[in-house]
Design a protein around this ligand. Structure first.
Ligand SMILES: [Zn+2]
Length: 155
């Protein structure tokens, strides 16, 4: 596993596995230093996944919070974040304000993450992808077509 590359907020990092009692992940230069008790693949994978999930909650939460005022002014419920693995999509939105985002989205660039969040926020107002949804998305995220394409190309 050492040497494998992993994306985090649009940048590639090379994995470096260290063994130690204090499990965790640290970004250093172009490296993701993963410390695990045993340097086995399963252990490293588990440590890495839990780190990605914590970072996803922190990053998405911060970004989603910036929509709280807009939602209130638009008469929409305060968005409430849930991190959930979804096989074929990046996110989903419920009329009660729940926005679910895939922890995998943390691999995408900052602009792409913001696009997905804007897209889901628009769904709080318009559940489908009709013309009213499109024009709202266009006004809130003018680069959405390019960002969606970028996201689809991400390996
Ligand atoms: Zn959608």
């Amino acid at each position: 596993m050492t040497g494998a590359t992993h994306r985090y907020i649009g940048r590639q990092y090379r994995l470096k596995i260290l063994s130690g009692d204090l499990e965790g992940v640290v970004l250093r230069g172009g490296f993701l230093h993963v410390t695990a008790k045993r340097a086995g693949d399963a252990e490293v994978k588990r440590t890495l996944e839990s780190w990605y999930r914590i970072r996803a909650r922190e990053q998405f939460g911060k970004r989603l919070f910036q929509w709280a005022d807009w939602c209130r002014r638009s008469g929409l419920p305060t968005p409430n974040l849930r991190i959930r693995v979804m096989s074929k999509r990046w996110g989903s939105a419920c009329p009660d304000g729940t926005i679910q985002l895939s922890p995998e989205l943390i691999r995408a660039s900052s602009a792409c993450i913001d696009y997905v969040i804007a897209h889901e926020v628009c769904h709080l107002k318009h559940p489908d992808h009709g013309p009213r949804f499109q024009s709202l998305l266009q006004s809130l995220c003018p680069n959405h077509v390019r960002l969606k394409a970028k996201l689809e190309q991400m390996d």
